[in-house]
Design a protein around this ligand. Structure first.
Ligand code: CP
Length: 353
């Protein structure tokens, strides 16, 4: 919640009850199906401030395009160059940074929402640090704050993925077999946000989930416990395996991507990432790669998912990601529709279909 109690969109995967999440998914699908003439004034005159502390193709493009299709206006604020970099107390540099509480209160005077992406290096790789940074914005803003991916969650990606799986399977996802698997990459820099949000989302949707990763790539225990709680409500099941082939066996939906080892991240900003340990751990598991042989272990006609960007020939081969079972571009397309639903819910709830 923000300073005035305005609802935001930060930890929704962790906090939103399953009933509400399933209703949101249905509403997002209804919003997507509306003709454009019914959508173009939903956010008429609204301004949203976008801050990306990390690179982005899909999130940046789909948010901006989606907002403009709903009649709103995107203001891009580059934290590195265009503005005084928002900073927390203790991390400030005179006339180079500006305290987050000040930035949040100023932007609240002008516009209708603030959207932030931050993970990894900008937060010193301290797990949870970027999430706390976004919460600090929300604490001082009088307008909704939207998480466009932090070091814990990527809620817009998870909603788009849920829409994609719903469309692909023809509806109800209860009992559908989803594998969320770690995959090898030549870079260790991908956060755990996508698998954590995917797990929580699938648990609310009642899916039969297999979480597959080598030892050392465990997800946040708080997320694992919350997922079990959501699963108990929705009749989802969660199975953990450390065997890649076992993880894929019989799966209908294979969501395989890389993520970093939380064990190798520093406890606070005075520490550093154990890069040697991280790289050694990654290199031990180069065979966690989704190729046609791996997909043959899954159910006949199984689909492949990835949030993109994918590291081709490392996480996945061209034959799989460009093959007939790949849903990656439908996932990317649904980012726009999922985020349109999120922005409408936050800035014009009466406009939600
Ligand atoms: N999947 C995703 O968030 O893509 P970008 O990093 O390009 O925004």
């Amino acid at each position: 919640m923000t300073a005035t109690g305005t609802p935001g969109w930060i930890d929704v995967d962790l906090t939103m009850p399953g009933t509400e999440y399933r209703a949101l998914l249905e509403a997002a699908l209804r919003l997507k199906s509306l003709p454009q003439q019914d959508k173009r004034v939903l956010l008429d005159g609204r301004a949203v401030y976008f801050m990306f502390f990390n690179q982005s193709l899909r999130t940046r493009s789909s948010f901006h395009t989606g907002l403009e299709k709903l009649g709103g206006h995107a203001v891009h604020l580059d934290p590195a160059n265009g503005i005084y970099t928002p900073a927390l107390p203790g991390q400030e540099i005179p006339y180079a940074t500006e305290r987050v509480s000040d930035v949040a209160q100023v932007l609240s005077q002008y516009g209708d929402a603030i959207a932030i992406r931050m993970y990894g290096e900008p937060a010193g790789w301290v797990y949870g640090g970027a999430n706390r940074f976004i919460h600090e914005f929300a604490k001082h803003a009088d307008i909704p704050v939207i998480n466009m991916e932090c070091d814990r969650f990527h809620p817009c990606q998870a909603l788009a993925d849920a829409m994609t799986m719903h469309e692909h399977t023809g509806g109800d996802l209860r009992g559908r077999k989803l594998t969320i698997s770690w995959a090898y990459s030549g870079s260790w820099h991908k956060p755990v946000a996508v698998p954590q949000s995917a797990l929580l989302s699938a648990a609310k949707l009642g899916m039969e989930i297999t979480l597959a990763h080598p030892p050392g790539f465990e997800l946040d225990p708080e997320v694992m416990a919350a997922a079990q709680g959501f699963a108990a409500e929705s009749d989802a099941t969660i199975r953990l395996t450390h065997d890649f082939e076992d993880g894929l066996a019989g799966s209908e939906l294979v969501y395989a991507k890389s993520w970093c080892s939380l064990d190798m991240l520093p406890a606070d900003r005075s520490g550093t990432v154990d890069e040697a340990g991280m790289t050694a751990l990654f290199d031990k598991h180069r065979d966690w790669r989704v190729d046609e042989r791996a997909m043959a272990l899954a159910a006949p006609g199984a689909a492949y998912l990835h949030c993109l960007p994918a590291d081709r020939d490392q996480e996945v081969t061209d034959a799989v990601i460009d093959g007939p079972g790949s849903l990656v571009f439908r996932q990317a397309a649904n980012r726009l529709h999922a985020q349109n639903a999120v922005m409408t819910r936050l800035m014009n709830p009466a406009g939600m279909p």
